[in-house]
Design a binder for this molecule. Sequence first.
Ligand code: ATP
Ligand code: MG
Length: 800
Amino acid sequence: EADAVSPLLHNLNPEQRAAVTLPNEHALILAGAGSGKTRVLTTRIAWLLSTGQVSPGGVLAVTFTNKAAREMMTRLQAMLPLNVRGMWIGTFHGLCNRFLRAHYKLANLPQGFQILDTQDQLSAIKRLMKQFNIDDERFPAKQTQWFIAGCKEDGLRPNMVEVHGEDDRKKVEIYQLYEEQCQREGVVDFGELMLRSYELLQGNDPIRDHYQRRFRHILIDEFQDTNKLQYAWIKMFAQPRDGSPGAQPNSVFAVGDDDQSIYAFRGARVGNMADFVREFQVAHQIKLERNYRSYSNILDSANELISHNRNRLGKNLRTDQGAGEPVRVYEAPTDLAEAQWIVEEIRHLVRGDGPEGGFDRKEIAILYRSNAQSRVIETGLFNAAVPYRVYGGLRFFERAEIKHALAYLRVLENPSDDTSFLRIVNFPPRGIGTRSIEQLQDAARAAGCSLHDAVSATTGKAGANLTAFVAKIDVLRERTIDLTLREIIELVLQESGLVEHYKAEREGADRVENLQELVNAAESFVSQEGFGRDAVALPVDELSPGMLRQSPASQGLDPSQPEINEPAPDYVPPDAETGETLSPLAAFLTHAALESGDNQAEAGQDAIQLMTVHSAKGLEFDCVFISGLEEGLFPHENSLSDPAGLEEERRLMYVAITRARKRLYLSHSQTRLLHGQTRYNVRSRFFDELPEGALKWLTPKHQTFGGSAFGYGAGYPTTRGGSYGGGFQRESIASPPVPAQKAAPSHGLKQGMKVFHTKFGEGTVLSIEGQGDDARAQINFPRHGIKWLALAVAKLTPVP
Ligand code: ATP
Ligand code: MG
């Protein structure tokens, strides 16, 4: 057995190995950047599985981003011959979504509930405030949004919020109205995903017991950035260790770094680490002190910088890698010049002119504090024809044209989705004015129905236009009935008029291309997520022979509780009773809301990586540029007056520096055009907090920067046009072409066949997708409408 296990532990140092092989007891791994925390966490899962201590279904692993979750699955897959697709590895939001899909009835949600992203949420709030005539100067929608999100993060429903004064009362009232609106429309925001899963676990003993028994090992990466509700959610899964007979305690394994806590502004609580140790009586705390990522000039810079923070738990970090190259510092006269210098430097690095040259493009990252900084760098890269990708920022699924297309799709799926209805009712323009829309909203409110349903009550010319719009949507819905997801999207892009609309726009070519990319995104969703031909889902507990040495009971599946609908390994589990499942379209829309498009940056050719420091967390690159190191920008101006804020900025800088393996560049510019204004900048204080011996100044180091000595005025543009010659370069997703899946024979069903279902009665098969355990059929039941059923679950008998 030792032989079978040891390869996993080979590439670990003694402390890492100790962490990986800890017994099933609560543990906290507290360690600095690049010390192998994520590697330890992943290896621990592999080790637990391969030694038979847990089955894949008994692991719950939480990561911070979708990208991190995918990476973890890929690494696990490489270590073990096992299907990881069904494992509960994901982000908090992703896992909560999955949980709520499995228990939608208990959570009081429609099966096909849709997710509002931050933008949707804001427009839903604006709409509501307008409807109820709430003064948006006194209660700005953005602030209301933060208020609601904050309440949810603290686990507070409207009736639980403490009210001090009139303004508070009003805000809570808006929160209440917003909740009612979401419930009516069958949508949930990100905070709601968390809060509702938490409440379900808290209020339902059988469900909670079930999951506590099921998840033997709960592992969390980036624990320092959990908020109050996320921590409370994790607690729900931990079995009380009260020594009661038959209790089989499970364990929480948390890894984190207090110096990398960078989400306080979103409610993250570093204090969760101390609370965890206390409340869970954590038996094991392990520190990892060796950094495997960076050369010591880079690591020393990070260590020295962070030592200026007072509020730290205190850790050491060393490397055996040697000094490496010095950290290069560059001062530019303007932000344009800074961008040009970066581009020039990158061209050398990629060509390999220098002694250390020949970097892969994807191993070069350009980091910045704020999204707005990326434009000028993008322009530089674009003009130099250097391929690049932007993470974060305006992500694929957040772009206006994509949101419009998704809104059409959402209205097809759910006619009462008023947010989506409003987005498209007059887009592309079809002569429906603001006034008509307001009248429609009044009518809907009076009748207590959706906008879609209120249209029939409208009159006059406006009424005719609205009626035509709704008729068009309803006809489209009919036409999509037996189409594949790809065909549905193509149909909608054409029939909605979106493609035509953007084609006619002067700079719409990009947008048309993005819309086309939506089809690609759907294709790769179908092939990855198990609706298509690749969807040969292995049962979640399937392991290679010899690995599975467990009875179902020891896997935490309690046979005595059959009433609980155990989530299938599928992305979206079907209803256990009827086999009813989400349509591929509904599943794709969920995916679009959750994924926020990092797919787009994932696939494809070798390209320079652009992102904010926040989104670089957990990642590493051979070469890193940190740009815009100026007072007011980084550290950000909002933090300058507040010591706690400044410490958070310093942690952010620490995260940025520690992303680099071999080479690090720091740059700043004397002037910068930001939000339409030229700013004269002072070099960031962080330069003074770095070890001089590790730095190399490529430009002369000025003491401080006086306002008079600008010798570069000529040629600096005072305004920057809105157009960048087509914007930034974007590559399409390089997903393999997937042939349209047409009704392949499956489970003995064929298109056109008549079948009988115990609950829905007699129906006709319209189409079939997927194969094996993933096969699902679309069936028209005259008395219950059209349903998607999972064939592995639904009990169907052919009617002769
Ligand atoms: P961060 O705090 O940035 O999230 P981390 O602590 O999670 O960092 P990892 O990303 O797990 O660190 O590891 C950093 C790098 O060091 C990775 O490339 C990893 O493969 C490598 N590494 C970790 N441990 C070892 C080891 N024992 N031997 C060789 N390489 C290692
Ligand atoms: Mg990590």
